[in-house]
Design a protein around this ligand. Structure first.
Ligand SMILES: [Zn+2]
Length: 429
């Protein structure tokens, strides 16, 4: 591994200086010979960590693979992604988790892949997956989720919380009451707007009633619960109050819920029928929720940014709207959107970005080799950022296999210049 010197980068705290990378570690002095990267105009942040990515392998390699998904991650400034277990087979136990790690190594993944375990076997909501075995395995699984599905059986969720509490694990909930939302739900606008567009409504309480239930169960068991992709201001109020009462709840916001509103779906419906690009779970919400979510990131109610990178084939996205797969890709534009919605308007600073997109998700997963400040002795996981560059997003220029990119055609910040994972350059513009 060739030593690197990153010359005169500015760190999140505004100080600047040289970074010396030797054998994957930040050193306090340069190697005798090293490649030099001039970073005089650039910011250096700890490599980003995504707490919520769908890599689709094994089982749906037509949509994404570990190779293509981690390449997209590297392009987005990520050095680590937590892989959701809604694969085929699901990450039910150590066999599947270790397969994922082996596969990542075999395909030379361009970011660290950390398996998230299933809460229930095959995410079917009937019986618990091998939670303790996953935690005790060499994969050291710490986060568990049935993402894509909500654990509707409260007794089963309580049992899962009690189990993970014994090893300080986390239950990451996809908060969507299956009964209230219904199978075809897709429209997150207000009731009248959904009715006028003849779109099946995904009601707000289908989210916040689950958030309320999960907070109560976390409080009762003392376990940690993490609410994925929060979309409504009611959920934010519940999480805010729970934190004030000392409940061990954390929450994430997606880039798409921070930038895009339900008006996009309603307008596309009025023009030429609903655009499946804007179909996502939970759905895009009205402007009041989008603004509340930004406020919640700024005030600390939201702990971290999770991309919910959800690649789909054009076949699955090209079906009639009710049958089309929900989800959007997001790894490559996550930092762009966070800059556009939060940094550039002055709501958060770069230390907050490092916390929200690197340190907090690494801590959630119990990782000590990611999310660390850029000081000697720490792993050399770095993203170099040009904060002034912008570009029009072109979905055809993605490293992801998928093209369900909701930012296509938008002019956004285009900040990532170079990504370095464990001392190796994984992306360079
Ligand atoms: Zn989800």
């Amino acid at each position: 591994m060739k030593p690197l010197i990153i010359r005169q980068a500015t760190l999140a705290d505004g100080t600047s200086g040289d970074l010396y990378l030797i054998d994957g570690i930040l050193a306090d002095a340069p190697a005798a010979t090293a490649e030099i990267i001039d970073a005089a105009e650039l910011l250096a942040l700890p490599g980003l960590v995504d707490p919520h990515a769908h890599l689709r392998e094994p089982g749906n390699e037509a949509a994404e693979t570990i190779a293509t998904g981690t390449l997209a991650a590297a392009r987005g400034g990520y050095t680590c992604v937590l892989a959701m277990p809604n694969t085929t087979p699901a990450t039910n136990g150590p066999d599947e988790a270790l397969w994922l790690l082996d596969r990542a190594a075999a395909v030379s993944a361009q970011a660290q892949v950390v398996p998230i375990g299933a809460i229930t076997h095959d995410r079917a909501g009937k019986r618990l997956a091998e939670l303790s075995a996953l935690a005790e395995s060499a994969a050291k699984v710490r986060v568990f989720s049935d993402d894509g599905a909500c654990v509707m059986d409260a007794a089963l969720l309580r049992a899962a919380l009690e189990t993970v509490a014994s090893f300080d694990g986390v239950i990451a909930e996809h908060a969507q009451d299956a009964g209230l939302a219904g199978a075809m739900a897709c429209c997150g606008a207000d009731l009248e707007a959904c009715a006028a567009s003849h779109l099946p409504v995904w009601p707000r309480d289908a989210e916040w009633r689950i958030v309320e239930r999960d907070i109560a169960l976390a409080e009762a068991t003392g376990a940690r619960v993490h609410i994925c992709h929060v979309s409504t201001l009611e959920s934010l109020d519940l999480i805010r109050r729970a934190k004030e009462h000392g409940v061990r709840v954390s929450a994430e916001a997606t880039p798409h819920h921070l930038l895009l509103g339900s008006d996009l779906l309603i307008q596309s419906t009025a023009r030429n029928g609903p655009d499946t690009t804007y179909k996502v779970n939970p759905p895009l919400r009205p402007t009041a929720d989008v603004m509340a979510l930004r406020e919640a990131v700024a005030d600390g109610t939201i702990d971290m940014i999770g991309t919910d990178h959800a690649p789909h084939t054009s076949v699955d996205k090209g079906k009639p709207f009710p049958a089309a797969s929900p989800g959007m890709i997001g790894l490559e534009q996550a930092l762009s959107v966070v800059m556009e919605t939060l940094v550039n308007p002055g709501m958060i600073g770069w230390p907050d970005v490092a916390r929200l997109m690197s340190h907090a998700p690494a801590t959630l997963a119990g990782l000590d080799n990611q999310g660390q400040p850029l000081i000697p002795g720490n792993p050399a996981n770095i993203v170099l950022i040009d904060p002034n560059r912008r570009a029009v997003v072109d979905r055809e220029r993605s490293a992801s296999k998928a093209r369900n990119n909701p930012y296509h055609g938008m002019n956004l910040p285009d900040p990532v210049v170079c990504t370095i994972w464990a001392g190796q350059v994984t992306y360079r513009r």
